[in-house]
Ligand binder design. Structure first.
Ligand code: AMP
Length: 287
């Protein structure tokens, strides 16, 4: 049995559940507050705080886990990163009050107090710049600290920037960029059965992530324009071309295309005389 620590609440929890479910590892919990659940097969989920996951995985309480890169770095523990799961994108940023004189990192001088939930990363960041700041550790709501006089600046997570904005703070610099990661205990990599199970897990999750950025396009195109169609929908190994019964001058073309450029693809296919265009989502993609 492989235990996988998943965030029990917060920003990462819903996305992690969706990713595992889409990969075919459906979470079968006894109830909404259950702390463990079967994921089917050889996997069991443990629901814990995202902050605790690096420790649990490093200590071997879980074989693998999903948590933010920010929290992994803050833990300072040695962990194997198996995959970037791409959700929970944010940055750890230095921010100061709008009306303070701090506009760049050069305005931050030794002796300034920095409120943060990330004391370790913050110390390392300013130590590398030879600025002897004083860390004021907080367990949340760092944004308030400069307004109540307990800190001069903050180091906090930013996603859209709206929390900083409504709290009269300005982003000064990025400390690190973060996304959620699948991590494993280094010892789990020493056992052949676990390596196989983890490799299968990485492949399953990766196939869902790869599919999310793609669409499957089907269209009937004039046979005479196949060369040009191939330029528009190159596909994984060239498009699939299928004869249509009573298709006359038309053949069916099927191809995997990038979701981000689907608008252009369809317009280009239409310009080449394509008809009967269908676009569908892909659940899993293993090139
Ligand atoms: P935003 O207003 O969108 O910039 O979000 C900032 C607030 O959300 C701050 O309180 C952050 O601590 C929190 N936050 C943003 N992104 C994340 C994330 N990926 N993980 C955890 N907390 C986050």
């Amino acid at each position: 049995m492989l235990r996988i620590a998943l965030p029990n609440k917060g920003r990462l929890s819903q996305d992690a559940r969706e990713l595992f479910t889409d990969a075919g590892l459906e979470i079968r919990a006894a109830g909404p507050r259950a702390l463990t659940a079967s994921l089917g097969g050889e996997f069991q989920a443990l629901f814990v705080r995202a902050q605790d996951i690096p420790e649990f995985v490093a200590d071997g309480a879980a074989d693998a886990g999903v948590t933010g890169f920010d929290l992994i770095q803050e833990s300072g523990r040695t962990l194997h990163e198996l995959a970037d799961l791409q959700f929970g994108r944010c940055r750890l940023a230095v921010a100061a009050k709008d009306d303070s004189g701090v506009r760049t990192l050069d305005d931050i001088t030794s002796g300034m107090r920095v409120a943060t939930v990330f004391p370790r990363i913050t110390r390392q960041f300013f130590a590398a710049r030879d600025t002897a700041i004083e860390v004021v550790p907080v367990s949340g709501a760092a944004e308030i600290a400069p307004h109540i006089g307990i800190a001069d600046i903050i180091v906090d997570l930013v996603s859209t920037g709206s929390t900083l904005h409504v709290n009269g703070l300005r982003e000064v610099a990025t400390v690190l960029e973060s996304t959620s990661r699948l991590i494993a205990n280094p010892a789990a990599r020493a056992d052949a059965a676990r390596i196989r199970a983890l490799d299968e897990l990485v492949a399953a999750l990766g196939s869902v992530l790869a599919a999310r950025g793609k669409r499957y396009v089907m269209a009937n195109v004039p046979r005479a324009r196949l060369d040009e169609v191939r330029q528009v929908v190159p596909g994984l190994n060239g498009p699939t071309v299928i004869d249509i019964m009573n298709g006359g001058e038309h053949v069916a073309v099927h191809s995997v295309v990038s979701a981000s450029t689907i608008y252009r693809t369809i317009a280009d296919l239409k310009a080449l005389g394509a008809v009967g265009i269908l676009v569908t989502r892909i659940e899993r993609l293993m090139p």
